[in-house]
Design a protein around this ligand. Structure first.
Ligand SMILES: Nc1nc2c(ncn2[C@@H]2O[C@H](COP(=O)(O)OP(=O)(O)OP(=O)(O)O)[C@@H](O)[C@H]2O)c(=O)[nH]1
Length: 265
């Protein structure tokens, strides 16, 4: 609130009273004394009024400051909350990513990047359940690199690792996108071919066998590689481990028959 101002008429009146009181000719005017008292009273009241207005202005200012402070504090809390929500979202996302990464790592063979035995067991279980529901058979092939010990002995374990990686890539490349493959153990790989009759699976596995035999160079080292395969088609009512076991027996037969071949059971 602005301090009260004297308007033109008031000013003029005050000026006239002041002039009258200052005029020596009016000193004995009988109204001189009451007029002087009235003017003093008027000035006193005006000063009091100005003081009150100043106090009232100050009060408004403080109240406004307090209101602003409350609004600012509220905004600050809201911003803090938003920040916490963002951090919590990021935290949850990274936890989810981490748990996916951990799950992926737990299912993957670090050397070849293929699924590991645990991954294969899960796919076998899934496929076996699907077969029970839909009645469509699947085929399993187990592959074992021939004389792999000789590769390690000749070129060292590191080159042996590179050979396993090259073989894994050949296996993956030779399969269809809905087939599964993984490292079953050491130099053994397992292939799971969903909804595939064993004759068809044979053609696919035979193609992979030839691709492995064509690997001639691994990291600048000349190599000659072959692998043996045991193949088994799932039989109605059979658990997947029985199918895997027949594939294993067929692999044993392929090794016994001279290696570098596919035997089916
Ligand atoms: N470099 C390397 N070698 C491995 C790995 N896993 C298993 N091996 C080796 O693979 C070899 C397997 O040897 P064997 O079981 O005797 O079989 P093989 O020499 O392949 O002979 P056949 O299977 O009878 O044809 C062993 O020397 C193992 O050390 C691996 O991750 N890296």
């Amino acid at each position: 609130m602005a301090a009260p101002k004297l308007h033109g008429d008031d000013l003029e009146l005050v000026a006239r009273v002041e002039a009258l009181l200052a005029d020596p000719a009016q000193q004995h005017n009988p109204l001189h004394e009451p007029l002087a008292a009235l003017l003093g009273h008027f000035r006193g009241q005006r000063e009091r009024l100005e003081r009150l207005v100043r106090i009232s202005d100050g009060y408004h200012h403080v109240a406004r400051e307090q209101r602003l402070t409350l609004v600012e504090q509220y905004d600050k809390q809201v911003r803090r909350l938003e920040k916490l929500v963002r951090i919590s979202d990021r935290y949850q996302n990274s936890l989810r990513d981490l748990s996916l990464a951990l799950r992926d790592a737990a299912m993957r063979d670090p050397l070849t990047g293929l699924g590991n035995r645990r991954f294969l067991m899960e796919r076998l279980r899934e496929e076996s359940e699907r077969t029970q529901r839909l009645g469509r058979g699947f085929a399993v092939a187990i592959m074992d690199v021939d004389h792999f010990k000789a590769v390690n002995d000749a070129y060292g374990h590191e080159t042996g690792d590179q050979v396993l990686l090259a073989i894994a890539q050949a296996v993956e490349f030779g399969l269809r996108k809905y087939d599964h493959c993984g490292r079953w153990g050491g130099e053994e790989f397992l292939m799971l071919l969903p909804e595939t009759p064993v004759e068809h699976a044979y053609t696919i596995v035979e193609r992979i066998r030839l691709a492995i035999a064509e690997i001639a160079d691994v990291g600048g080292v000349r190599v000659s590689l072959t692998a043996s395969f045991g193949l088994a088609g799932h039989r109605e009512g059979e658990g997947f481990s029985a199918t895997v076991s027949r594939a294993d027996q067929a692999l044993y037969a392929a090794k016994a028959a001279g290696r570098n071949r596919v035997e089916s059971a």
